[in-house]
Design a protein around this ligand. Structure first.
Ligand SMILES: [Zn+2]
Length: 163
């Protein structure tokens, strides 16, 4: 479903529309997700989106490619029902079975399960985790969340682990 507030529709970063302001308030509030989606990041939503978009481009990927790979790994993890699943020689994944759903803060009709996927790279020992909603936020909104938020994903770390 196309999103009214999507990253790619946000042409005018200088002037915040009331809708953008409202979205930013929602993302900062802790009501939805522990420390909110922005954590203690002092940057504006647009600054966060722009900086991560630049990072992603520099890494040679698109947000959708990254999200697609995350989705594959999450799907690979699900049948494990709380146990590690070996995906390749160097990669294993694990999905928790937490219940409940969470709505996309971009005020459109998207809901995600609260499942959390953990990915471990066996050659480096590095791990990273994300919620189902994180995949949608990256694919549809180019949003990797703010620094200090529970599910902040640094594009460089993410790419290093999952590809
Ligand atoms: Zn959304």
């Amino acid at each position: 479903m196309p999103c009214l507030y999507g990253l790619f529709d946000e042409r005018n970063a200088m002037k915040k529309s009331p809708r953008t302001k409202k979205l930013e308030e929602t993302l900062r509030s802790s009501r939805l997700s522990g420390r909110g989606f922005l954590g203690d990041d002092r940057r504006s939503l647009q600054e966060i989106l722009d900086a991560d978009a630049k990072q992603v481009q520099k890494l040679g990927y698109t947000a959708r490619q990254i999200a697609k790979r995350m989705q594959e790994l999450t799907e690979a993890a699900r049948p494990g029902l709380g146990d590690w699943v070996e995906v390749s020689e160097n990669l294993r994944v694990w999905a928790d079975d937490s219940r409940g759903i969470i709505a996309c803060p971009w005020a459109h009709a998207f809901r995600a399960n609260k499942t959390v996927t953990t990915v471990e790279r066996l050659d480096t020992g590095k791990t990273i985790k994300w919620a189902d909603l994180s995949i949608h936020l990256i694919a549809e909104h180019g949003f990797f969340q703010g620094r200090g938020s529970y599910f902040r994903l640094e594009p460089s770390e993410l790419v290093e682990i999952i590809f």
